[in-house]
Design a binder for this molecule. Structure first.
Ligand code: GDP
Length: 294
């Protein structure tokens, strides 16, 4: 995860570690290298500039120039700023409501269905009575996929394979969940390969009809800058509550993780780190910053 970014940041900071005497010029060079590493990792340029400006101010303000171990102090400053960039503290999913309703949206292939299964499994392990709902009416395989995941997770799946009305299915599912005294309903919606007006309208209608307690936007971290643009488009339409970054186990350059929070002003709540049901983690900005810095 983030191998290339980690290596480049390490290299940038190392140059300070070796310096006998630190000057403002050394700091400026280091900060510039950090900025380049971030941009290379697909971090939005404006975001990279603003965070490295802060790192520089902090470094000079905290007297890196006279620190006994300037390299170490710099690592701490960078870790703190990366943590802030990713939102500072973790933000939990909102599971209030009887039942709590979680709407899952995102492009096709982003990992929505897999995430729905993973979240169902995670919440089930916390002893919550969960219902998974298959609302992807365009891809029959998606219903089967969710059923398989539900079976593996030991979570019931609600589907109406003959029904072509996503709003109706979602409404019926909530009524069923109430009847069955389910505590959490996770609704997997249909995606498209690219932003599409009909898809957006449908998800917005489903959202309006079922009034979820939590709307999560799922995005593939491997798509770099595109991930941020897609997030913006979905947020304008859905005003979601949180982001799920998938495929962080791949050779993602990390840009999405670092820019999304700033660009859409919504917290990352979960990350996907593999195809298996338990490859899901609650997102902790500080732990991610540590991971990036190696
Ligand atoms: P959907 O179209 O958005 O529902 O996407 P899927 O859930 O079908 O996922 C698309 C592909 O990505 C599948 O092959 C999944 O196994 C894979 N996938 C999903 N999440 C992850 C992840 O966190 N890591 C990896 N490596 N693969 C994932």
């Amino acid at each position: 995860m983030f191998d290339s970014l980690s290596t480049k940041l390490d290299y940038a900071i190392k140059s300070l570690k070796g310096e006998g005497k630190i000057t403002e010029i050394n700091v400026a060079t280091t900060v510039k290298e950090i900025r380049r590493a971030l941009v290379d990792a697909d971090v939005n340029y404006k975001v990279a500039k603003s965070v490295t400006d802060k790192i520089k101010d902090e470094a000079l303000g905290q007297d890196v120039l006279i620190a006994v171990k300037p390299g170490q102090l710099m690592v701490k400053i960078v870790a703190d700023e990366l943590t802030n960039l990713m939102g500072g503290t973790k933000v939990d999913i909102n599971l209030t409501g009887e039942p709590a309703v979680v709407l899952v949206a995102g492009l096709q292939g982003s990992g929505k269905t897999t995430f729905s299964g993973k979240l169902g499994y995670l919440l089930k392990k916390q002893n919550r009575n969960v219902l998974l709902v298959a609302c992807d009416i365009y891809r029959p395989a998606a219903i089967d996929q969710l059923k398989v995941l539900g079976e593996q997770a030991g979570v019931e799946v609600y589907a109406e394979p003959e029904n072509r009305n996503a709003v109706e299915i979602a409404r019926n599912a909530i009524a069923y969940a109430k009847e069955q005294r389910k505590k959490v309903v996770i609704v997997d919606t249909a995606g498209r390969l690219a932003i599409d007006e009909q898809m957006m309208r449908e998800i917005a209608e489903v959202k309006k009809a079922i009034q979820p307690t939590e709307t999560l936007f799922v995005v593939d971290s491997m798509t770099g800058q595109d991930a941020v643009n897609t997030a913006k488009a979905f947020n304008e339409r859905l005003n979601f509550d949180g982001v799920v970054l998938t495929k962080l186990d791949g050779d993602s350059r990390g840009g999405a993780a670092l820019s999304i929070r700033t660009v859409v002003e919504k917290p990352i709540k979960y990350i996907g780190t593999g195809e298996k049901l338990d490859a899901i983690d609650v997102f902790h900005p500080d732990r991610m910053a540590q991971r990036i810095l190696g």
